[in-house]
Design a protein around this ligand. Sequence first.
Ligand SMILES: Cc1cc2nc3c(=O)[nH]c(=O)nc-3n(C[C@H](O)[C@H](O)[C@H](O)COP(=O)(O)OP(=O)(O)OC[C@H]3O[C@@H](n4cnc5c(N)ncnc54)[C@H](O)[C@@H]3O)c2cc1C
Ligand SMILES: NC(=O)c1ccc[n+]([C@@H]2O[C@H](COP(=O)([O-])OP(=O)(O)OC[C@H]3O[C@@H](n4cnc5c(N)ncnc54)[C@H](O)[C@@H]3O)[C@@H](O)[C@H]2O)c1
Length: 479
Amino acid sequence: MRNNTYDVVIIGAGPVGENVADHIVQGGLSAAIVERELVGGECSYWACMPTKALLRSGSALRAARQVAGAREAVTGSLDAAAVLARRDSFASHWKDDGQVSWLDSAGITLVRGQGRISGEQTVEVTGADGAVISLTARHAVVVATGSGALLPDIAGLRESKPWTSREAAAAESVPARLVIIGGGVVATEMATAWSSLGSAVTVLALHGVLHLAEPFAGEHVVKSLEEAGASVRVGAEAASVERNADGTVRITLTDGEQLDADELLVAIGRTPNTQDIGLDAVGLKAGGWLTVDDTLRVIDEGGAPVGGGWLYAAGDVNRRALVTHQGKYQARAVGDVIVARAKGEPVEDAPWGRHVATADERAVPQVVFTDPEVASVGLTAAAADAAGLRTRVIDYNLAAISGSALHAEGYRGHARMVVDEDRRVIVGFTLVGPDVAELIHAATIAVVGEVPIDRLWHAVPAFPTVSEIWLRLLEAYGR
Ligand SMILES: Cc1cc2nc3c(=O)[nH]c(=O)nc-3n(C[C@H](O)[C@H](O)[C@H](O)COP(=O)(O)OP(=O)(O)OC[C@H]3O[C@@H](n4cnc5c(N)ncnc54)[C@H](O)[C@@H]3O)c2cc1C
Ligand SMILES: NC(=O)c1ccc[n+]([C@@H]2O[C@H](COP(=O)([O-])OP(=O)(O)OC[C@H]3O[C@@H](n4cnc5c(N)ncnc54)[C@H](O)[C@@H]3O)[C@@H](O)[C@H]2O)c1
């Protein structure tokens, strides 16, 4: 008989659950992880990895076309079949053997099935054959069940079987016409990818494009999408959807206009995977985001740890920051704090301590892999204002840097630095331009390290790199 008691039980083996389990085992405790689909989660098979693989070939082609000499060497368009095949390999052909071997090698027990909290420190797992096993956790249960695509209430939408981010990431052929509802990260990345693969793309961006980013980000992305042949309709709203007998989709807008497409992608945000995880067993409502304290323990409406403190939540499901790297950061804090509490060791829960995810509030980096890329960290100017900070905002044309001109002819881009004037530290940084993704970590270090502006003058960017934007921004700020 299998011993079903572990120090920690984790529900969900996405990137976050896997990292929690790793830290638990590294800390000398035992861990069982429950997964109902593929070990590796959304990120590995239907999100980060396949979508970035879809985008990379188009980005490489554009880069070559922007440099004389290389331009002459690339004469055709993307080989869609080769791009999709490369994507398939980055999605591990939707098989999780590699990640299962890693769990094995790390000493983590995998239990396949749907996990549900069934009582205090217990999780019931229903396997594909309907058999139920009960797991007991000596110290903690961690919910890392992630999120799924949200669908709006539009007449006929569900029946018309639209693409969600999953189908957009895993499609096996290129739709001739693709309509996208949404103007956020998924919408813009997928518009960029499928447009580069030959789809005629129409984006219905009800509230604008990348509207939570600095305004110039959306402006640059729209310009490029339109130059690539896509149509971006800001303010356009779908009223009803119908899948015709020939397989095409008809989208009727609120003003009566009708659009026909081969596929419709809905990308309007996420919903937490908490509908069927037994939240009622701990007095919480099914289907909601899980609210957590600084050490990622689930708390109730009054702010008290649920069940006295054995239940934790990390990753998308707590809604703090819906990106893989930040969920994995939370996972490191959760894993380590559970170990510390289990061993009676001190909990380092002051801001920036080992056991808290302080950066979630002040320094979340994100790269949107559109054309051009949008890389940001911390607060936008508007968010800093809303937070009541006294700020100074410095803007600079990224194309005016020698490194940018060398990088690509016709380089277009923009940078913004948001400085907290009371502390003279950077609280927000946004870069828009080709290949700016790799530049953002310097800004993340400046924000997290609260590096004084005066000291930043001594961080000299190499010539002629695009990083000279740092010097230009400092010069514009003044000494
Ligand atoms: C199209 C797209 C592209 C993205 N691109 C990026 C990117 O480039 N970079 C980035 O940082 N982020 C990206 N993200 C966000 C990223 O995918 C998520 O932030 C990340 O996957 C969250 O990890 P997680 O472990 O919390 O959840 P998930 O990856 O969703 O994993 C949760 C796991 O839990 C399992 N599960 C759920 N409920 C149960 C249950 N009851 N029992 C057992 N198992 C269960 C699921 O099957 C899943 O395997 C993207 C998202 C989308 C939609
Ligand atoms: N590169 C990355 O880091 C990356 C890539 C893809 C997704 N993600 C993550 O996945 C999450 C989900 O992405 P997303 O694009 O679905 O969400 P999002 O929150 O980025 O954007 C949602 C968009 O849908 C629009 N919208 C909302 N309700 C609507 C409605 N009823 N009708 C029409 N439009 C509506 C919003 O105005 C917004 O433009 C994001 O939080 C993001 O962090 C990250």
